[in-house]
Design a protein around this ligand. Structure first.
Ligand SMILES: C[S@@+](CC[C@H](N)C(=O)[O-])C[C@H]1O[C@@H](n2cnc3c(N)ncnc32)[C@H](O)[C@@H]1O
Length: 441
């Protein structure tokens, strides 16, 4: 890969989506930027308090310093990569890829039985889906004794090598969210990034790997909330999953990684600095000082915990061995293979959400900074499983008014960025729209 001259690099986030992410604000950047600019004191820092993919962070850092925070570690990785993308010289990326290829080859040799079984299952899936279904349901090496004898034997023969090689992604998620081959390739890249030049914290390379995992995962919605269910509750095979799973499992991680490095190399660094932290909103608010002139807040609004939907990305970012939570009321590992001790957001818990918003507004008031709050009325949950909102716009404006003298609500449409006034807040207009609540004194 060749170095890219600064003037050729993409100047804004306009075409850049680092991962597939529920509720990301990719389509509303102009409006959010304008709302923030309107209320922020000139020259002050913006705090992106629930940064997620960090696409808003990147846009805000075009015109002011940004503190980018989120409770999930992958968000800080993305924030660093989107604001200070590193351009890998040709020899650097070749060296990472060569290390990965070598590690992948050795690991594939040690896990042949499992890979062979998977190749047969994929080759035969349309006529005989049983083995691929078995792999999707019971393929994780963290789960024992639930698959067919054939699958359990193949897993047993691979287990020791995968533990010794620290192949966490293959061991936990192989077969279930990715093919075993894809998972070995993801592990090989994680290994290569870890040892490259001793700089194990290179955010751009890890962000590129997050992009690959988000592209390859074989689930509807590209998230990790639950694996494909190949059977009905009565145990009959469904058919609608075979073609999409086969398509996703054809994806190749190493070429995709190279393509993601090139995408990051095409991004211009932001003119202003970004400090990226992994932190709960309360601890972030407790550390903010007088340099901060505006808070942009885009918290969750449904019962869907982001830590459940994107736990595999968290494991890639943190590079740890997370363990697996047990399924509710059982001693079996959770079907989604969630990380132990994953974060439970008060914004996604009905009995805690009102207090959580009160804390948010009260702290913004204490700091004497305006707050720009995002609210997406219709993008609740996923298409397949819509979720109702735990708070209404009226709930929010009423809490905001207890702390701020001026509370304005605007509706922003993604395509035209046109604005409607409060009276237009009906379901038709809200369709794909975004609501911004701006509270100031
Ligand atoms: C709607 S998403 C933000 C999307 C983001 N604006 C974007 O464009 O990608 C909500 C985010 O809040 C984060 N979050 C949830 N609870 C949190 C908490 N208590 N403290 C900090 N972040 C939290 C989630 O990890 C998630 O990334």
């Amino acid at each position: 890969m060749s170095e890219i001259a600064t003037e050729q690099r993409v100047p804004t986030t306009a075409e850049f989506r680092p991962i597939q992410y529920m509720g990301n604000k990719f389509r509303f950047l102009d409006a959010i930027d304008a709302a923030v600019a309107e209320v922020a004191a000139p020259g002050t820092t913006a705090c992106d308090l629930f940064a997620g993919t960090a696409v808003v962070t990147r846009r805000l850092a075009m015109s002011r310093p940004v503190l980018s925070a989120d409770v999930q570690g992958y968000s800080a990785v993305l924030a660093q990569a989107l604001t200070r993308p590193r351009v890998f010289a040709g020899r650097e990326s070749s060296s990472i890829l060569e290390t990965a290829r070598q590690w992948q080859m050795e690991t594939e040799r040690m896990t042949q039985d499992l890979l062979h079984l998977e190749d047969l299952a994929l080759g035969d899936a349309h006529t005989n889906p049983a083995t691929l279904a078995d792999i999707l349901e019971h393929g994780s090496l963290a789960v024992s004794g639930r698959g067919s004898h054939q699958l359990e034997d193949a897993k047993a023969s691979a287990r020791t090598a995968l533990v010794e090689r620290g192949a966490t992604l293959t061991r936990y998620y192989g077969g279930v969210y990715f093919s075993y081959r894809q998972a070995v390739a993801l592990d090989s890249l994680r290994h290569a990034i870890r040892i490259a030049d001793g700089d194990e914290r290179d955010a751009t390379a890890i962000a590129a790997l997050l992009g690959v995992a988000s592209d390859l995962v074989s689930t509807a919605g590209s998230h990790f909330a639950q694996p494909i269910r190949p059977r009905t509750a009565a145990g009959e095979f469904k058919r609608n999953w075979i073609t999409p799973v086969m398509r996703f499992r054809k994806g190749q991680a190493l070429p995709a990684f190279e393509a993601w490095l090139a995408k990051y190399a095409s991004l211009s660094p932001t003119p202003f600095d970004c400090t990226a932290v992994q932190a709960d909103y309360q601890s972030t608010l407790a550390t903010l000082g007088s340099e901060v002139g505006v808070i942009y807040a885009d918290p969750p609004y449904t019962r869907d915990h982001y830590s459940r939907f994107y736990h595999v990305l968290e494991t890639i970012a943190l590079d740890d061995d997370p363990g697996i939570t047990q399924a509710q009321g059982s001693s079996q590992p959770s079907r989604g293979l969630y990380r132990e001790k994953r974060h439970q957001s008060p914004f996604s818990i009905r009995t805690q959400v009102t207090m959580a918003f009160r804390e948010l507004f009260a702290n913004a008031r204490r700091l004497d900074v305006p707050l720009v709050l995002s609210y997406s009325p219709m993008s609740a949950g996923t298409k397949a499983r819509p979720e109702t909102r735990l708070m209404s716009i009226d709930d929010l404006t009423s809490i905001a008014s207890e702390y701020f003298a001026d509370v304005r609500t605007t509706v922003v449409e993604s395509s035209s960025h046109s604005r409607f006034n409060r009276a237009d807040l009906n379901a038709e207009i809200l369709g794909e729209a975004e609501v911004l609540i701006v509270a100031s004194n």
